[in-house]
Design a binder for this molecule. Structure first.
Ligand code: NAI
Length: 298
């Protein structure tokens, strides 16, 4: 099998001044992609900014013989998103790959969560993806080519304590991924997501001894494949951590059917409703509607 190369492809990686984004940027550059290293350069909670984080990664890429430019705009506004894509067009003429990776944390149990912990987290993770993807999308649609990788999290997929803001944003990104996969199908734009676990400044206090096995470089190979021309899937979510790569999927149980049923019927058949035997994994809403049609007309 040949190596996965990216010669001439242009990739924007948001939040690439450190952690996972930096690892993705270095590896995509090493494989021949031209990179926009975006990073606001703030702290984990999103406060502050500094232009050095992105520039240091650019310096590392260019020192290794690669091509990259730094971009310091925030993903959290539509203007910032447009400016990030403009950086790619100004430097390299186009955009082929977008890795939505920028993120912040403002954890708190829900009953103590104040609005200043909610909106900024949604703005960076969820709206951030909208803000950067839309201007990139218009270019990708025109050229009939694009690869997008969104960064979700088990926090949203499974529900982590103290992260109602972050978890909502991260599962929102799965909906975003699936809808865009659907809309991009006819234009050769493939959109997938990862749910990573890695030791970065965001998690270094949480992972304990397991952290030693969870280097960001162990997440990057999945991102590289999902960003490649050859990726065979769209609309999917991959768990990737420490060299373990697996697929998350949304399953629908076989369920139970009775026309004109009562709440007591639901109670009395709850076990069968929840039974995971015979579940299906619908690709899109027509997958569920097809199943409904079969059950309701049989
Ligand atoms: P990190 O804190 O090292 O990286 C996040 C980067 O995003 C930082 O460099 C930060 O400056 C940048 N950033 C923040 N706000 C920005 C904005 N408005 N505009 C541009 N850049 C901005 O943390 P890490 O772990 O590398 O996180 C990367 C992504 O992976 C995040 O989306 C995070 O939520 C996600 N993730 C990480 C996990 C982990 O185990 N480390 C687990 C699940 C998801």
């Amino acid at each position: 099998m040949t190596d996965l190369t990216f010669d001439g492809k242009v990739a924007i990686i948001t939040g690439a001044g450190g952690g996972l984004g930096k690892s993705h940027a270095l590896e995509l550059a090493r494989r021949g992609a031209r990179i926009v290293v975006n990073d606001l350069g703030g702290s984990v909670d999103g406060t502050g900014d500094s232009s050095s984080a992105a520039q240091l990664v650019v310096d590392e890429i260019t020192a290794a013989g690669g091509e990259a430019v730094a971009d310091h705009n925030s993903v959290a506004t539509a203007e910032g998103g447009a400016a990030i894509v403009r950086s790619a067009v100004d430097a390299f003429g186009t955009v082929d790959i977008l890795i939505n990776n920028a993120g912040i944390l403002r954890d708190k149990t829900f009953h103590n969560m104040t609005p200043d912990m909610v909106k900024p987290v949604l703005d960076v993770h969820l709206l951030g993806a909208f803000n950067v993807t839309q201007p990139a999308w218009l270019i990708m649609r025109d050229k009939n080519y694009g690869r997008i990788v969104n960064t979700s999290s088990n926090s949203g997929l499974l529900g982590n304590f103290g992260q109602a803001n972050y978890g909502a944003a991260k599962l929102g990104l799965v909906g975003f991924t699936r809808v865009l996969a659907n809309e991009g199908r006819k234009r050769n734009i493939k959109v997938n997501a990862i749910a990573p676990v890695a030791r970065t400044r965001m998690t270094e206090d949480l992972l304990g001894p397991l952290g030693d096995k969870l280097d960001p470089s162990q997440v990057t190979p999945t991102v590289v494949y999902l960003a490649h021309e050859d990726v065979p899937v769209s609309g999917e979510v991959y768990s990737t951590a420490g060299g373990v790569v697996a697929r998350y999927f949304i399953g629908l149980t076989e369920g139970w059917v009775k026309d004109g049923h009562s709440a007591e019927d639901v109670r009395d058949n709850f076990e069968q409703i929840r039974d995971e035997d015979g579940y299906i994994v619908p690709d899109d809403p027509s997958g569920e509607l097809g199943k409904l049609l079969k059950l309701l007309t049989s």
